[in-house]
Design a protein around this ligand. Sequence first.
Ligand code: SAH
Length: 262
Amino acid sequence: MHVRPKKSLGQHFLTDGNIARKIVSAIPAEPKTLLEIGPGTGMLTKIILESNIFEPVFIETDLESVEFLSANFPGIEEKIMHGDFLRIDLKSFIPDHYQIVGNLPYNISSQIFFRMLEDRDRLHSAVVMIQKEVAERISSGPGNKTYGILSVLLQTWFDIDYLFTVSEKVFHPQPKVKSAVIKLSRNRVMDIGCDPVFYFKLVKTAFNQRRKTLRNALKPLLSEKDTSAITDVLSKRAEQLSIQEFISLAKYLENQKSTIVN
Ligand code: SAH
């Protein structure tokens, strides 16, 4: 039995056991519950199961891969869900705190990161392979052209480590881009001091027109607000603001809002 790679599902199967071992050895030992996203033909799965360290569960959207894994890894049927990571009810599938590992489908990696952000209070860490360019974006800091929405949001709640770059040659079929493995570790931030929904909106709005000053890019969020105390910040562009400055700006604007309403 053999799985026919499907481009629409972002299937690029890893063929190099050493890289698979390096990925799995980067996963912290706790918590034991480990979700592998998109196990595919099982290159990572095999090492996870052999290591005997974790209590793994799997989600795979491709039925052919699910059947292949079931035929090759006895007992995996009870741990694997045939479904879409972007749509499943994560809390009922995984009731505990957990970690994530995966050679992700690159076409939906941003959406996967937004899901991780939503579930940030149960997700301890994630070791994932993604497109190198996306890995660089996520790990970059202010002042950098690649610093963007996902860099700010992920770095607000996770420490990001760029672990290593991976050549396109170790996949079947080979992708057109280079890959990289990054590790996200939940930091200690529980409460950023303002409504996270507003914070998300602020960061997205700021970067949607990243060439403009914040005063212009954030126009829809500034109306009827006294911005006299934040003139300096508003004269900058989104890519110049650190995480702390984004948080402070969100707090400031949120307080302004309540002053006017009351
Ligand atoms: N981990 C495997 C496969 C990586 S390719 C390896 O390293 O070889 C990406 C995998 O994600 C494929 O198996 C694909 O079928 C699966 N996938 C794609 N979209 C998915 C989704 N929305 N939810 C879960 N799995 C998905």
